[in-house]
Write a protein that binds this ligand. Structure first.
Ligand SMILES: Nc1nc2c(c(=O)[nH]1)N[C@@H](CN(C=O)c1ccc(C(=O)N[C@@H](CCC(=O)O)C(=O)O)cc1)CN2
Length: 292
């Protein structure tokens, strides 16, 4: 499908939206009688994770919060990592704890996440926070799904009755975004690698969320004309210049933008919302913890 230069969709600018959100957070932090603190734990040397963690620390400080970075070697043991999480749980200066994923293969991420106090779980990944989300109770919501829903709410204030298809069923994105869309009264279908005739299912979507980690898997002819497309994928692939890479999403952008009504680009769409929502969650956690 050659659709170069026929972009119809309006672009949802996550970079600008997240900058605005961070400015609002900074203004609120400035008025607090205490300083919210975020601890980020990085284990090992994954290059992308190092960049994300550095950006988290920088943006944390920029909004006036305290940043506590814990960089541990790749060979860190499960016991040492759990001991650090328990120390952070007990530290009154720390209101939010995030363990950067993925962890090295020898570590059990589920056990590490379970050790985080649900009140400081600013990634929203503990079973307690996942349960609160499923039950519609107040809790901490995973950052990327929260970012997606904030972008959607801004453009589609009433999502009642819309068909939403979520492609991908991860705990980090697919499952929580499905819950959030359900709370917005969407009719939600979750698709995954075993779904039959995925293109046909996607064509039923008024809102299509792609969170599969497969570069440009969702093609233009999978999209219903005028639909809203939220691309959560961040895939590094070889670029036009030899030896250089570029970022692409899970959606074939040019094709999709020729059919969709609204679309998030990669980069500059959902990605920047992740860190802004981490800061929002840290502020939420701090207010609840300090309000006790
Ligand atoms: N514990 C967690 N680990 C990971 C999470 C998470 O939410 N919690 N999400 C991702 C990575 N991530 C944050 O950790 C993240 C991904 C992307 C971006 C972002 O700003 N992307 C930019 C492009 C950046 C680039 O050039 O590489 C964009 O899309 O415009 C921020 C944070 C996995 N791990």
């Amino acid at each position: 499908m050659s659709t170069e230069g026929t972009e119809l969709a309006e672009i949802i600018n996550g970079k600008a939206f997240s900058a605005n959100l961070r400015a609002q957070i900074a203004a609120e932090v400035a008025g607090l009688p205490y300083q919210p603190g975020l601890a980020v734990v990085l284990v090992g040397d994954d290059p992308a994770s190092k960049v994300y963690v550095a950006n988290k620390a920088k943006q944390t400080v920029e909004v006036g919060m305290a940043s506590f970075e814990h960089k541990l070697p790749a060979e860190t043991t499960q016991e040492d990592l759990l001991a650090l999480v328990r120390r952070l749980n007990a530290d009154p200066k720390v209101h939010g704890i995030l363990v950067q994923l993925p962890l090295p293969k020898h570590l059990n991420a589920d056990e590490v996440i379970a050790a985080i106090s649900p009140d400081k779980d600013v990634d929203g990944l503990t079973v307690v926070n996942a349960g609160r989300l499923a039950a519609g109770l107040p809790g901490l919501v995973p950052c990327t799904p929260l970012g997606c829903i904030l972008l959607l709410e801004d453009r589609l204030p009433d999502m009642t009755g819309l068909n939403a298809v979520v492609v991908g069923r991860s705990n980090l994105v697919g499952k929580p975004i499905a819950q959030l869309l359900l709370q917005k009264n969407c009719t939600v279908t979750m698709a995954h690698s075993r779904t039959k005739d995925l293109p046909a299912l996607c064509r039923t979507a008024d809102i299509l969320v792609a969170a599969v980690g497969q570069p440009e898997m969702v093609k233009g002819d999978w999209i219903k004309p005028g639909a809203t497309v939220i691309d959560v994928g961040i895939n590094r692939v070889p670029g036009a210049v030899e030896g250089k890479t570029k970022l692409v999403g899970d959606v074939a952008y040019q094709e999709a933008a020729a059919v969709a009504g609204l679309i998030t680009p990669v980069p500059g769409g959902v990605g920047p919302m992740t860190i802004a929502c981490l800061l929002r969650n840290t502020l939420t956690a701090a207010k609840r913890l300090e309000g006790r």
